[in-house]
Design a protein around this ligand. Structure first.
Ligand code: SF4
Ligand code: SF4
Length: 437
């Protein structure tokens, strides 16, 4: 009988880890639906970027208030979770505070005391975040894409963190031995008076309930990540590592177009030569659906924290245009999820569902053409996401596959082709202004 709690714990842990592993598998499968892109160069610069931006949060602190509180939550959450190791071992072995005799009362008390201070700081920080979202109503949290699930997700995670931190402190406050030792109870000692009239058995029961809810909450949180913007906790690291290192504004040449131009400019090339037999189908230009994007762009979509910093600096959005770079990332993720579900439902093969990322269901042409390609969104993103690259790939698709550029742009491109300049004048008339009075 005495092993029943250990068995229940092992089953819960196994189920939690099993579902998490399944979600990770699905995540990797979906990201791999993207085209290949080589980001194996400049390793040392990539490591430095990851350490500075993901681990060091260097871009977060550009906005000092949210940056500061985010660092507190980030550090607190990671360090407090060291305690989870002890909880898991206690749960499996049927022990109570396994590390106490190993580390000694003094050092163990110091660690638990540090965790308690961090727990209260995390609690305060997430309360500030909640106030900024729901009371102060900071504009970027209230853009039109932030309704329904994205809005609720932002709040759920804050409640989650508040509850987990409270359970941790209650667990310590009702642990009679910890309180009597007088070490490691720097914060929880102030909660103790709330349980003044509770018997020893009652305290033990509350401590056990808080302990179980705390670990179950962590397992639920682990599995909630896949459905939440909080995937960035894990993906910020690979995302910053594999980010584009080329100077902003340097767009990649389409290799098929480059080949065509080189052919046109090579005096020895035969423009009428038939394509080689093994040349295969010509590649599609640009992107109209998620499978036309590369895997880094798809990872970007899963990494987006929906913070809206990009949208808050986007000149198109600020001047009332339809475009929001955050929405571009959110829609890309939504469509990718839809494609993933389609593949799951059809035994591993995608069945055409008549939808695509570019179109009325997700990203509209109006959004794509509103972009000034200024790169402000890329510069501002705290985890190095590149919404502009998706926009440019879609533009390329519209121009080169659909000839669907806006009328003004078509006229300009025609002029460049015919007149060698964007204007509607013949090249012969270019110097006419010299003779003007
Ligand atoms: S690059 Fe485009 S989407 Fe990004 S901030 Fe500039 S206008 Fe907005
Ligand atoms: S793309 Fe970056 S800046 Fe924009 S919402 Fe996502 S994480 Fe925030």
């Amino acid at each position: 009988m005495q092993f029943i709690p250990n068995i229940i714990f092992a089953i819960l842990l196994g189920v939690g880890v099993y579902f998490f592993a399944n979600n990770v598998k699905k995540l990797i499968r979906n990201i791999k639906l993207g085209k290949d892109v080589d980001r194996s160069d400049q390793k040392s610069e990539r490591w430095a970027n990851m350490i500075r931006i993901a681990l060091g949060q260097s871009k977060m602190v550009k906005r000092p208030v949210s940056g500061f509180f985010h660092i507190v939550v980030y550090v607190g959450f990671i360090i407090i979770n060291i305690e989870v190791l002890e909880i898991v071992l206690d749960g499996l072995l049927g022990t109570h505070r396994l590390f106490l005799p190993i580390l000694g009362e003094g050092f163990y008390g110091f660690l638990i005391g540090t965790f308690e201070i961090l727990a209260i700081l995390v609690f305060i920080s997430v309360t500030v975040f909640w106030l900024r979202r729901n009371v102060i109503k900071i504009k970027r949290f209230w853009n039109k894409e932030m309704t329904a699930w994205p809005k609720n997700d932002g709040n759920y995670i804050l409640y989650f963190e508040m509850v987990l931190m409270t359970l941790f402190l209650v667990m310590n406050a009702t642990d009679v031995h910890l309180q009597q030792s007088g070490t490691g109870n720097v914060i929880s000692q102030f909660i103790v008076p709330l349980f003044h009239n509770v018997s020893f058995e009652g305290l033990h029961l509350i401590e056990r309930i808080a302990w179980w809810l705390h670990i179950c909450g962590i397992l639920v949180f682990l599995n909630y990540l896949y459905y939440s913007k909080h995937l960035h906790i894990l993906l910020a690291f690979p995302n910053t590592f594999y980010a584009n290192l080329k100077p902003k504004g340097q767009f990649p040449n389409n290799k098929n177009v480059t080949k065509e131009v080189q052919l046109m400019m090579d005096p020895n090339a035969d423009p009428y030569a038939a394509p080689a037999e093994d040349a295969g189908e010509p590649e599609k230009f640009g992107a109209s659906d998620v499978t036309d994007l590369n895997w880094v762009q798809l990872m970007n979509a899963y990494t987006c924290t929906e913070c809206g910093r990009c949208t808050s600096v986007c000149p198109a959005n600020l001047t009332g245009k339809e475009l929001s770079p955050r929405a571009i990332m959110m829609k890309t993720r939504d469509r990718l999820e839809e494609v993933g579900r389609n593949i799951d439902a059809n035994k591993g093969t995608f069945q055409d569902d008549g939808k695509q990322l570019l179109g009325d269901d997700y990203i509209k042409q109006e959004e794509i053409w509103a972009c000034t390609s200024c790169n402000a969104c890329v510069e501002e993103c705290p985890v190095n996401i590149d919404p502009l690259s998706i926009i440019m790939d879609m533009r390329q698709y519209l121009v080169m596959e659909q000839s669907a550029a806006p009328q003004e742009l078509n006229a300009m491109m025609q002029n460049v082709e015919n007149n060698g300049a964007p204007w509607q004048y013949s090249q012969m008339d270019r110097l006419n202004w010299v003779n003007e009075e």
